[in-house]
Design a protein around this ligand. Structure first.
Ligand code: CTP
Ligand code: CA
Length: 223
C-alpha cells in the first residue's frame, strides 16, 4: 500500500518480475541452485511498485524479504516458476531477474540418498524450460516489453547481444559477474542495457539505483 503510487507513471500497468534462485531437488534434503541473493530482482520489483505498477513478484527461495506492495508468489523449481508466470494475469511488461537453474535432476529421489556403501549417486539431468524465451516467444498475449538478464564472465556484450536475439526478448540487462568485479553477492551492480538500438553502459551504482534507473526506462518506454 505504501509502495504503489496511485498517480505514478506506471499506474494501471501490470508487470511480472521473476527473482531469486530456483532450487532443483536431488532428494528431499539436497538441491542444485545458482548463486543468487535476489537483491536485484527485489529492488526492481520495489522500484516498479513505487512508480505505480501492479507487480506480480515470482520468487524462488531467497533470503531477502520480498518488497512491500507487490503480489508475491513463492516457488521452488524452474518448472513451478514457469507455471506461476504463465498463470499470472496478462502483463504489460515482464522482467526476468531470476537466476534459474538450467538443469534439474531427472531421477530425483523420493527418499534421502544414503552413503550406504553402494557407490556414488548417479544423477541424471534434464534441461529446465527457459522461462524468458517461452514468454518472449508467446504467439498470443506476449507482454509488449520483455526484459531478460545476462550474467556473464567473459565477452559480456557479445554473449548478451547473442542472448537477446536467441531468446527473442526486447532488452537484456547484462553484467560482468567474474570474481574480480566483486559484483556477485555485493550491493552494487555495473550493467549494460542492450536494446534493438545497441548497448548502453551504466556507471557502477547500488543495486537499488540500477533498479530505479531501469524502472524509469520501463516507464518511459511504456508511456
Ligand atoms: N532464464 C529463464 N529460464 C531459464 C534460464 C534463464 O527465464 N531456464 C532467464 C534468466 O532469468 C535471465 C535470462 O534468461 O533473464 C538469461 O539467463 P542466463 O542464465 O544468462 O541464460 P542461459 O540461456 O541459461 O545461458 P547460459 O548458458 O549463459 O546460462
Ligand atoms: Ca543459465
Amino acid at each position: 500500500i505504501d509502495a504503489a503510487l496511485s498517480d505514478g507513471p506506471l499506474n494501471g500497468k501490470h508487470i511480472v518480475v521473476t527473482s531469486g534462485p530456483t532450487h532443483e531437488p536431488i532428494d528431499p534434503v539436497r538441491y542444485i541452485a545458482n548463486r543468487s541473493s535476489g537483491a536485484q530482482g527485489t529492488a526492481i520489483a520495489a522500484a516498479l511498485a513505487t512508480l505505480g505498477a501492479t507487480v506480480t513478484f515470482v520468487t524462488g527461495p531467497a533470503d531477502m524479504p520480498p518488497p512491500k506492495g507487490v503480489r508475491v508468489i513463492r516457488v521452488q523449481t524452474a518448472q513451478e516458476m514457469l507455471e506461476a508466470v504463465q498463470a499470472a494475469d496478462k502483463a504489460d511488461a515482464a522482467v526476468f531477474a531470476a537466476a534459474v537453474a538450467d538443469w534439474r535432476v531427472a531421477n530425483a529421489g523420493a527418499n534421502k540418498i544414503k552413503k550406504d556403501g553402494s557407490g556414488l549417486p548417479q544423477l541424471e539431468f534434464a534441461e529446465n524450460p527457459d522461462i524468458l524465451a517461452t514468454v518472449a516467444q508467446m504467439k498470443e498475449g506476449r507482454p509488449p516489453l520483455v526484459i531478460g538478464f545476462a550474467a556473464e564472465t567473459d565477452d559480456v556484450i557479445a554473449h548478451a547481444t547473442a542472448k537477446r536475439a536467441r531468446k527473442g526478448c526486447d532488452w537484456i540487462v547484462a553484467n560482468d559477474v567474474s570474481p574480480e568485479t566483486g559484483i556477485m553477492g555485493g550491493s552494487e551492480n555495473a550493467v549494460t542495457l542492450i536494446t534493438a538500438d545497441g548497448s548502453e553502459a551504466w556507471e557502477r551504482m547500488s543495486k537499488s539505483a540500477v533498479a530505479q534507473k531501469l524502472a524509469a526506462r520501463i516507464a518511459e518506454a511504456m508511456s
